[in-house]
Design a protein around this ligand. Structure first.
Ligand code: SAH
Length: 396
């Protein structure tokens, strides 16, 4: 039998259904499990508490597949969890044509290390842990049986794989190779997704509901979309009556696709501007020129990668928010986000507040934002909540 035995008293987090077991909680490992293999999880007193994936290279030595001692971890287990996760998104997508949706959100769907995003007929999968890698064949088999799936593509080229001793991988896993661009619909907009070369699995699906939210503020607005990626918020704003949208991003391929996305939506090219550059530098130059906008979106990449760089990250958030407040007049609207899980909402609010203060303006939070509903947070696993944002209105 392959098993890990917990130190006395260290079963508490497991009893609260937290799915990670850190190396420091483990008294001993029995039966020489290989990386990724399933192990029984035993309390110090011997009680079987569940089963999980063994990952010797990671600080998170075991990630729990099941808290039910009766449940076996088998290909059928994965088929069942995957189809349940997919079904729970059915209402989001029914009758909406080709869409983008996260079907499986790792721990929050009971599948640590496994991400599945759907773009039209294609599934894009990330296997981020040794446990996920170990069961890859069973997962791919079950996914290719889901209705309407033409191909399953792997984008396991995330850095986190290296912490697990895994190499980065990308390529076709089953069925047809996706075309260079796959089209999806999102509300009134259409977007091209570059599954093979785009960021993450191709698109920032976690911002779907927030992109829709821009419509309320877009009419007649001059809009600045900072960290635009392929133009999502900008196109949503133009579709809802904005007079102009300016995308700023440091990635030329992302802006290229932003141009194609504008065309796809029949947007008049004269209403959209794409600026390649560092958002900090670009915004600073516009502040000096006195350029103003009515609505600004700030959706930067994860500035805080570890606790050690949280204070540096905080300065980054403060700087861009300060610049944004400088580019907004009274009545201006700021959508400001942080996708760093380590950045607590309270701290983020304080940073945005300090930025407004330094910019010499007063602002209100009129709405708090988070990740879309297909990126659920398991109640017992608050770590899965990472995206936070505010819609702020400048008072004066
Ligand atoms: N809002 C986008 C997602 C943004 S992801 C959407 O709805 O799709 C963050 C983006 O920031 C990426 O496209 C990345 O290329 C860009 N980026 C990273 N650092 C940057 C910088 N210093 N200046 C401008 N863009 C940057």
């Amino acid at each position: 039998m392959k098993a890990i035995v917990l130190k006395r008293g260290r079963e508490k987090s497991l009893m609260r259904r937290h799915p990670w077991i850190f190396s420091g909680a483990i008294a001993r490992v029995e039966g020489r499990p290989r990386a990724g293999e399933t192990v029984d999880i035993l309390a110090a007193e011997g009680a079987l508490l569940g089963r999980g994936a063994y990952s010797p290279r990671s600080q998170m030595t075991v990630r729990v597949w099941t808290f039910d001692p009766q449940e076996e971890v088998s290909p059928e287990f994965f088929a069942d969890r995957l189809s349940r996760a997919a079904e729970s998104r059915a209402a989001l997508t029914a009758g909406k044509g080709p869409h983008g949706v996260r079907l499986v959100n790792a721990e929050s769907d009971g599948l640590p290390g496994i991400i599945v995003d759907r773009y039209g007929e294609y599934l894009v999968v990330q296997f981020l842990t040794t446990g996920a890698e170990y069961w890859k064949a069973a997962v791919v088999e079950a996914l290719s049986r889901l209705e309407g799936v033409t191909g399953v593509y792997e984008r396991s080229d995330a850095d986190v794989r290296e912490k697990e001793g895994l190499t980065k991988l990308a390529g076709v896993l089953a069925g047809a190779e996706p075309p260079d661009l796959v089209e999806i619909r999102e509300g009134p907009c259409r977007f091209f997704v570059d599954i093979k070369r785009g960021h993450k699995t191709g698109f920032y699906l976690d911002q779907r509901e927030n992109r829709a939210m821009i419509a309320e503020f877009a009419r007649e607005a001059a809009m600045l979309n900072c960290f635009s990626y392929t133009g999502g918020f900008g196109i949503a704003a133009l579709a809802a009556g904005a007079v102009a949208a300016t995308n700023v991003d440091s990635s030329a391929p992302a802006l290229n696709l932003a141009r194609q996305n504008a065309e796809l939506n029949g947007i008049d090219a004269s209403t959209i501007e794409n600026v390649e550059g560092d958002a900090f530098t670009v915004m600073r130059a516009w502040r000096d020129e006195g350029r103003m906008f009515d609505v600004i979106v700030l959706d930067p990449p994860k500035f805080a990668e570890s606790k050690a760089n949280l204070s540096r990250a905080s300065r980054g958030y403060k700087d861009i928010n300060l610049l944004a407040f400088k580019l907004l007049g009274p009545g201006g609207i700021l959508f400001t986000f942080s996708c760093s899980g380590l950045m607590e909402p309270e701290l983020f609010q304080k940073i945005v507040s300090d930025a407004a203060l330094d910019a010499g303006c007063e602002a209100q939070i009129i709405r708090r934002l988070g990740q879309a509903s297909d990126h659920p947070t398991l109640l017992s696993f608050p770590e899965s909540s990472y995206l936070k944002g505010f819609i702020c209105r400048v008072v004066n």
